[in-house]
Design a binder for this molecule. Structure first.
Ligand code: ATP
Ligand code: MG
Length: 201
């Protein structure tokens, strides 16, 4: 298995530099061929006027990744009705990319939430997890916690450090709603897309 691809899942509501910097760091540190960004479909529980629909989130990820030839965007989840599960997406990508090692990239908060995902054992059987430190979530017991997850689900979770950006989509949405600045938190073309389409108001 000489091929190595990274998968970056997320709601991306909207995508910001915190997402882009960790994906790029993993691309470099693991010498991956590319990173595939997979925006989630519209989860029924997240349906609310304050959140952008899958089409807009997908478009924003396209705009944000446009200047990086090693970043791709997949529409597998946004094309599905309702919730899509990470385990199904990874299985699909595994069938598409034969003979390829898959790395699933997450921030600290997401990896620690793994027990709440559907079929964590199968997920870890299909790919290696890369846990990237996220400011505000790093705990001194992180390595212990990751060890426990690896034993429980019999898989591999690697931990790396990336430049720490304390940016979240939640904060960006709040800023837009309250008319506070979002410049330098996300790519300019994404900011313009949000403005043009009146998102998060
Ligand atoms: P929200 O506030 O809506 O939950 P978010 O900023 O957490 O948005 P998500 O789309 O939920 O973004 O996250 C997708 C993935 O990116 C998750 O694995 C998350 O841990 C990671 N991530 C998001 N922001 C950062 C950041 N600033 N640093 C490191 N990892 C991040
Ligand atoms: Mg989040």
């Amino acid at each position: 298995m000489n091929n190595r691809i990274g998968i970056m899942g997320g709601t991306f509501d909207p995508i910001h530099y915190g997402h882009l910097v960790i994906a790029n760091e993993v691309l470099f540190k693991f010498d991956l061929q590319k990173i595939i960004f997979v925006p989630t479909g519209n989860p029924p529980h997240k349906r609310s006027a304050a959140l952008a629909d899958a089409y807009h989130r997908y478009m924003m990820v396209q705009f944000a990744t446009m200047t990086n030839p090693s970043f791709d965007v997949s529409n597998v989840e946004v094309e599905k009705d309702g919730i899509s599960y990470t385990v199904d997406t990874i299985r699909e990508l595994k069938n598409k990319y034969i003979d390829t090692k898959l790395y699933f990239i997450t921030g600290t908060d997401a990896v620690l939430d793994l027990p709440n995902w559907k079929d964590p054992e199968e997920i870890l059987n299909l790919c290696t997890f890369i846990s990237v430190n996220r400011p505000g979530y790093v705990t001194d017991t992180l390595d212990d916690k990751l060890d426990k997850l690896m034993k429980k689900y019999k898989g591999e979770i690697l931990s790396i450090r990336a430049p720490q950006l304390k940016i979240s989509s939640t904060d960006i949405r709040n800023r837009i709603r309250e008319g506070r600045p979002t410049k330098y938190l996300l790519p300019e073309n994404v900011e313009q897309y949000i403005l043009k389409n009146g998102l998060y108001r």
